[in-house]
Design a protein. Sequence first.
Length: 350
Amino acid sequence: MNLLPGGICIYLSAAICWLTAEVDASWWYMGTLGSQVMCDNIPGLVNKQRQLCRQHPKVMQAIGAGMRDWISECQHQFRNHRWNCNTTAREHNLFGRLLLRSSREVAFMYAISSAGVVHTLARACSRGELDSCSCDPRKTGSSRDARGSFEWGGCSDHVEHAVRFSQGFVDAKERKGRDARALMNLHNNRAGRKAVKRFMTLECKCHGVSGSCSVRTCWLAMADFRRTGDQLRRRYNGAAQVSVNQYGTGFTAAHAHFKRPSGNDLVYLEDSPDYCVWDPESGSMGTGGRVCNRTSRGVDGCEVMCCGRGYDTSRVSRSTKCECKFHWCCAVRCSDCQQQVDVHTCKDQT
Ligand SMILES: *[C@@H]1O[C@H](CO)[C@@H](O)[C@H](O)[C@H]1NC(C)=O
Ligand SMILES: *[C@@H]1O[C@H](CO)[C@@H](O)[C@H](O)[C@H]1NC(C)=O
């Protein structure tokens, strides 16, 4: 698992900074520090965050553990892209530098991280891992949906609570500044949280004589985080370049013929680097050594991925399942076959 380097602290919200410190310092470290000491030692927290940190050490711990989920979701979404959300930097604070730029990728990072916090918290609440929250207490009694009436039962994810907490904690730093970048971060944080709420679904269990479903108990559940990741990835594709209006209160589209962004859209202020070559100043790791697809014409194709520098091909042997036979009853047994495949990797810049 790749972790964020410490340099991220200064630029990304202090919440995430704290998580970084925490993950770097490993678990036992947290156990040995009282919450007072721990929260006081995290660099970059604003007062409000320090307060929340002291009041809710277990919540902080949960958020820290959930970090790897949204980072790996980010890496999944961008696995075939020149920028691949790779947080293992050759230079320690490369990610920090990336975050200096108000680019589309950074917009995505903020959105998915704040979505991740909501998802993690709501799940921890439902599992009874936190003292401060549990299932949504308002989901009791009976209600109706398109199929008729049902009884609330089971555990509905308390997303409202998770959103409120994440708003209070993650956004606290941005609320202190009212510059363009703070507005951008706030907007994308909010868009991320919305992308979790959007995929709440009603799940039901049927009761009644021989499954007649005359009685249903239902609960409201969050979808798999992949759904949120997919949604934010679409928002990334359609992200709007904006500038701040003359009152400093909102955005106007950077290009006259574009529509104004809605609350679900991601917004960014600056163009991205092309991420072709290693350039610490712009937060680009370059694509040298990245695997590409020789036949694809898309972003994963060698032409695009390698930025015209060409690629090297090596033949590697892969083990695959083959000659699978069905055995009565009921197993499928396969042999291991060795297969030769060509792997193409982008040439480094010279
Ligand atoms: C991420 O970057 C590191 C260091 O440059 C590299 O070793 C690793 O293979 C990269 N991972 C991916 C998934 O690109
Ligand atoms: C490479 O791209 C082609 C065309 O888009 C696709 O059919 C193929 O599955 C890809 N190969 C791999 C290994 O992803």
